[in-house]
Every structure is written in C-alpha cells, then in structure tokens.
Design a binder for this molecule. Structure first.
Ligand code: SF4
Length: 406
C-alpha cells in the first residue's frame, strides 16, 4: 500500500544552547526569527507534492520559541501548498519553560496550538532531576515540566511525547531508573529514551576531553538501556523502535493484543516514515528530505539559506539520487531499527531484478546472510520466513549487524 508523505519543518532557534547539543540550533533575536519565518513560508511556496500528506512535524531547535501566530502562518502556508489529510498527525516540539512566562500565557499558547490543528506535543524533558537538568544546561526544572504537562492536558492534548536522556556522566543506574519512573508517572502517551552522546564541539565533550568528566561505561549504558526498556514495558508502554515506546492500549492500560482500530496506537506516525522509506519533505535550515527516490539536505548556514530563498532558488545543499542498491540497503538497515524488524516483502528487491520475498533477499544478500546466520546462532538476530529482526542483545550491536546490509 502506498504510504502518505510527511512534512518536516526545522526551527533552528533555542533560548540557549544545552551543554551536550550538536543539533542545528542557536539563540536568536525577534527580527531573526521573523525573517526566518518569512523564508520558511517562501520555501514552502517553492515546494510541491502531489500526494496527500498525513504528518506535519515542527522540529528543532525549539519550535515553541516562535510566537503561536508565527507557527500558524507557517501551518497556513503548508495547508495552502500541500494537500494535508483531515486526520493528519501534526506535532510540535516544545521545551518546558518556553511556552509562556506564566500559567496563563503558557495555557494560551497551548490552546492556540490546538486551535490551529496541532494534535501532538513532543517535550524535551530529558530528566526530572533538577541537578542533572542544570548539568545538561537545560533551562527548565522538574516543576515546570509538571506544570506544562498539566496545562497541555487542560488545553486538550491527548497525545504527548516526553524525551528521556540516560547515561549522563555521573548518573547511577538507580538514578536513571528513578528518572524513568518519574517521567512515566506523568503518563505521556509516548516516550523516547536516548543515551547521551558526547558530541565533538559541545561543552560536555570538551570536559570529557580534558579529563574533567568520565563517560558512562558501555556496560552501564547497556544495562541502563535494558533495565529502562523493561521498566517502560512493565509500565504499559510497547517498544516499537530501538529508542521509542508508545501506549498501544485503551486508556485502561491493558493491551488487547490487536491493532484493529479499537487500539489506541500512539506510535509516532511521522518518525515511522523515516524507518520505512516513506517520502518526506524537509523544509527549513539544514532540513533533510526524501522525495522521488532522492535524498537531500538544505543549506546549514542561515545567511546562505535566506539568500537562496531571496534568489527564488530551492535552498538545497546536497542531493543524492538513490540507486537500486541504496533503496534496498536503506530499507533493511532502517527497518532493523523497528522492533518488528524487516519483512522481506517490504524490501524493493524488484529494483535489482529479483522477487520481493525470502528467495530474492537471500539471493541479493548471499554473502551477508552467512554472517547474519552467525549472529542468529549467537542469539542477536532472528531470521524466519517472513523477515529478520534484532533480539534484545542484538540491539546492543545493531551497528555491526546493520553494516552487513550496507
Ligand atoms: S533545547 Fe534541544 S536543540 Fe535546543 S540547545 Fe537544547 S538540546 Fe539543543
């Protein structure tokens, strides 16, 4: 079945830079933000998609540093330019502490989002430990998280994701578990659970390089991951991707085991497109897209991006037309990120003149499958007549397994 296209819109602004952040984001003034909004609207006007789009995702950065009326103008231009389905999933990333100066203004922001059709809120909570939040350079504390979530519920949001970060230097396993417990207590419909990466160019990386802090060991990182996954599952979340968990059952917390439409499935429809090779349009500074078999990335320097738009050109910096091999290998290694794994029937083997089934897959990956069977013997991979998937221990060495299919 043909899947609908997604739309990603990048907002590269944050109140201030967090100590671990290597994302394309920076503080900004009001004028810069307004000029950027205008550039985004102009870029949207240059892009066209004939398919129906069923997801719109405002990511960042911190999209909630824009005024609601700016978000609304962007969304209006998206609706004018693209065909957005009525039941589209429309997500905005919002960081606690950026929705308003007080309860009234935060509630008003959240209600504006709902009014303009935004139906999913993704909050970068990261931790409920105030010392750890400070260490990470976050602008919020645990109280503002509780306040913002209560206000989001009051405004009518019934689909909220919270991000959790673990393996923060100095954090013990017990502290990480306590964080998960407290975040799950807030009852989000979705949780993203990520291990902190020390990225070059960030303050935490420099501290690690100078020997001031120690990285969490691989063993502790993996133990935290597995214990965290078990805890989330015990709390009623279903893991559907290496780092993502969603409520799947009716609100009574019981999973009925069926995906029959009665089931309250809160998987991120937008992010699922990335793991299933579904097209998505990337709009904004440094945004990536995948359309008509071509991967592209927009310019990453703000002045270059805005100059391209002023000149009436698409602000694309890099473009790569996928070969048949790219399409096959990407569908395997991206698909392996999903807990259900890759189905042979979903791999576009016909592009290599083979059949879309186990036979075609084994023919295409004759050599790789020898190693894959070794991983199967060691309990890292499950191979059956429908497809292949990682086991829990396979997730720990997912990069080595995915590399077989590149
Ligand atoms: S809020 Fe997110 S994007 Fe912004 S600086 Fe912090 S980690 Fe980076």
């Amino acid at each position: 079945m043909k899947e609908n296209t997604g739309i990603y819109i990048h907002i590269p602004f944050c109140v201030r830079k967090c100590n671990y952040c290597a994302f394309l984001s920076a503080p900004s003034d009001e004028r810069t933000r307004e000029e950027y909004v205008q550039s985004l609207i102009n870029e949207i006007g240059m892009r066209s998609v004939t398919d129906v789009c069923d997801t719109v995702y405002f990511g960042g950065g911190t999209p909630s540093v824009l005024k609601p009326e700016q978000i609304e103008r962007i969304l209006d231009s998206v609706r004018t330019q693209f065909s957005i389905s009525e039941d589209a999933e429309i997500t905005i990333e919002a960081n606690p502490g950026t929705l308003g100066d007080d309860n009234d203004s935060a509630l008003s922001t959240l209600k504006s989002y709902r009014r303009m059709g935004i139906n999913r809120l993704s909050m970068g909570v990261q931790s409920m430990d105030d010392d750890r939040l400070k260490y990470l350079g976050r602008i919020h504390d645990s109280e503002s998280v509780k306040r913002d979530i209560a206000l989001a519920r009051e405004a009518g949001f019934d689909n909220i994701n919270l991000d959790i970060i673990f393996s923060v230097p100095g954090e013990t396993l017990e502290e990480a578990m306590e964080d998960i417990r407290q975040i799950a207590e807030l009852e989000p419909e979705h949780i993203s659970f990520y291990s902190l990466q020390l990225e070059e160019g960030t303050p935490l990386f420099e501290q690690w390089e100078s020997g001031a802090i120690e990285e969490v060991s691989d063993d502790v990182d993996r133990e935290t991951y597995h214990r965290g996954c078990s805890m989330l599952k015990a709390l009623g979340y279903e893991q559907y991707e290496i780092s993502n968990f969603a409520r799947m059952a009716e609100h009574d917390g019981q999973h009925d085991g069926q995906h029959d439409g009665q089931c309250d499935d809160r998987r991120s429809r937008h992010n699922s497109k990335y793991w299933s090779m579904t097209p998505y349009v990337g709009i904004g500074l440094g945004a990536s897209g995948f359309e008509h078999g071509t991967r592209y990335r927009n310019l990453t320097k703000l002045s270059d991006y805005e100059a391209a738009i002023r000149d009436g050109k698409l602000p694309v910096e890099e473009e790569h037309v996928n070969t048949a091999h790219d399409n096959i290998s990407e569908s395997v290694f991206l698909g392996l990120r999903r807990i259900e794994g890759v189905k042979f029937a979903d791999v576009p083997l016909e592009e290599a003149g083979l059949t879309r089934d186990e036979k075609g897959f084994r023919q295409y990956y004759k050599e790789a499958m020898k190693d894959a069977h070794s991983f199967e013997e060691t309990g890292h991979l499950i191979i059956d007549d429908e497809g292949i998937r990682l086991t829990e221990t396979g997730i720990d060495i997912s990069n080595s397994i995915m590399a077989l299919f590149v």
